[in-house]
Design a protein. Structure first.
Length: 257
């Protein structure tokens, strides 16, 4: 039986940070078969620009291919349109990387709670539900929910364990804790159908999540390189973390809830 030409992977929030880094790692991976990465973002112009920049950056090392599409996780029609595109052009999806996130620290509590939960929980759940039928058509499907150690109640209660203790961050933390539960429910309900589901903490990395200024992208100069998160995700797709399905994983192990 011949192998498929590509494994089809869709990444939300792929125009910067962890999403961009993961697109780069997958598009240059030496695994067989290679990856076709569908980079999506709320702004088509931004994700299209990111794709063009990435293609130029990896022109000599690319093993996979890229597509750029507009997808707003808070807009049901936008999500459905992309799912229709994937179905019509590929027939299935091998991996969904639910990465789009909002790290609002707005001064108004209700505003930041709504922004974080709309994207990080409701949007992620909607994306997972919409693309799940396409994942179940794959012979080896993965559903990766990009979460955070900041969503671990145990870690948050231990002084000195968190490098990113920021003002007004309870909305983000609470949304990631909720995301972890939604992920675990997907694992509970679908793992017997072959869907490998897990939450993944990329660590405290350079990202537009907190804002676009240099200080917000890399607070205090303490943020790491998001390429490491991309490499961790590649390891998941290579089957190296299958025993951790249903858990909150990071590059060195598993975080407690």
């Amino acid at each position: 039986m011949s192998l498929p030409a590509f494994r089809i992977v869709l990444i939300t929030g792929a125009n910067s940070g962890v999403g961009y880094a993961t697109s780069k790692v997958l598009a240059t991976a030496t695994t067989t078969p290679s990856f076709h990465v569908i980079m999506t973002g709320r702004s088509f112009e931004k994700v299209q620009k990111a794709k063009a920049e990435l293609e130029q950056e990896i022109s000599a090392t690319a093993t996979g291919t890229l597509t750029a599409l507009q997808l707003d996780v808070t807009d049901a029609k936008s999500v459905e349109d992309v799912a229709k595109y994937v179905k019509e052009n590929h027939g299935h999806l091998d991996a969904l990387i639910n990465n789009a996130a909002n790290g609002s620290r707005d001064s108004d509590l209700v505003t930041r709670l709504r922004l974080c939960f709309d994207t990080n929980v409701i949007g992620a759940a909607l994306v997972a539900q919409t693309f799940r039928p396409l994942l179940l058509k794959s012979s080896n499907p993965y559903s990766i929910w990009v979460s955070s150690g900041a969503g671990s109640i145990k870690l948050s209660s231990e002084p000195g364990r968190d490098p990113a203790n920021l003002d007004n961050d309870e909305a983000y933390r609470a949304s990631k804790a909720a995301l972890n539960m939604v992920m675990q429910c997907e694992h509970r309900d679908w793992h017997k159908k072959g869907l490998k589901t897990l939450a993944l903490s990329p660590g405290f990395v350079v990202s537009n999540l907190r804002g676009t200024s240099e200080e917000m992208r890399n607070p205090g100069g303490k943020a790491g390189d998001p390429i490491v998160a991309g490499q961790t995700i590649l390891g998941v797709l290579e089957g190296k973390r299958d025993d951790d399905a249903g858990k909150l994983v990071h590059k060195r192990g598993v975080y407690p809830w």
